[in-house]
Design a protein around this ligand. Structure first.
Ligand code: NAI
Length: 254
């Protein structure tokens, strides 16, 4: 029986991934604020340390699959967004890698977002500050900027880059690591954004070739594929699953 650790397992995409993995016979150890095997708050270093320690304890130090879904949207308090969405993912990746090393078929998937290419933040100091691991600096910068979209999309961009930066080390450790960049998916996170008129209008303006949002189960299915032996040659990739929104916005960018 494979052991699968999922952060953000109590809601939305994480909960759908949990159901999918359990249906396939995996043992799931969820990490979330509540309703999870490991209850921890990923918004601060102590919470992240607790999450890593308790997950390792529950899995006896042997993890086969890791899915990092825990996250908040633009409506969350600004300074918590980089802490949860970026450091809540990369610190779990780095803290749990040794427990996956050498496990047959070991694989991890991290939740980025298709918002990374809606506004090009590649050269923004916020992204560089995150990649340098400077949490206090990133929180300070985003408080000064007061820009929720930068906090969310810039953080998800840094997270996608962090995956790619780890491709060599993780590949050598025999653990595949990929990111998925979903478009709008019907979960509580999206509902909270849609309740804010300016954010709802921004979402409406996005060109959506398939003309619909995703169900969380559809994203969970793609995550499950990326974790499976069928995806054994996919590593260091950022897979867009967004109804073609990115293609419509950036048709010449690969
Ligand atoms: P959701 O709100 O349904 O679930 C997020 C989960 O993360 C919740 O269970 C929540 O309790 C947990 N969480 C939040 N803050 C936490 C903290 N400080 N410590 C521990 N757990 C915490 O959201 P959804 O939509 O399922 O999002 C999952 C991931 O997918 C997120 O990283 C999100 O940014 C990403 N995503 C979502 C999209 C969407 O349209 N729903 C689109 C693109 C990416």
């Amino acid at each position: 029986m494979a052991v699968c650790v999922i952060s953000g397992s109590a809601s939305g995409i994480g909960a759908a991934t949990r159901r999918r993995c359990e249906a396939a016979g995996d043992r799931v150890v969820g990490i979330d604020l509540r309703d999870a095997e490991v209850e921890a708050n990923l918004s601060h270093p102590e919470g992240r340390e607790k999450a890593i320690a308790h997950a390792l304890e529950q899995c006896q130090g042997q993890i086969d699959r890791l899915v990092l879904c825990a996250g908040v949207g633009q409506t969350a308090p600004l300074e918590t967004i980089p802490s949860i969405n970026y450091f809540g993912a990369v610190e779990l990746l780095d803290g749990l890698l040794s427990s996956m090393t050498g496990r047959p078929g070991a694989a991890a998937v991290v939740l980025s977002s298709n918002s990374v290419r809606i506004v090009p933040f590649d050269d923004h100091p916020f992204v560089a500050t995150l990649l340098e691991g400077d949490e206090a600096g990133a929180r300070k910068l985003i408080e000064a900027e007061q820009n929720g979209f930068l906090a969310y999309a810039g953080g998800k961009l840094a997270l996608a880059k962090a995956i790619r930066h780890r491709a060599m080390d993780w590949g050598r450790a025999g653990v595949r690591l990929n990111a998925i960049a979903p478009g709008p998916t019907d979960t509580p996170l999206l509902e909270q954004a849609r309740a804010v008129p300016a954010l709802a209008a921004g979402l409406e303006r996005l060109p959506n070739p398939l003309g619909r949002h995703a169900a969380p189960e559809e994203i969970a299915g793609i995550i499950h594929f990326l974790l499976s032996p069928e995806a054994a040659y996919i590593h260091g990739s950022v897979l867009f699953a967004d109804a073609g929104i990115d293609a419509a916005l950036n048709p010449d960018q690969l």
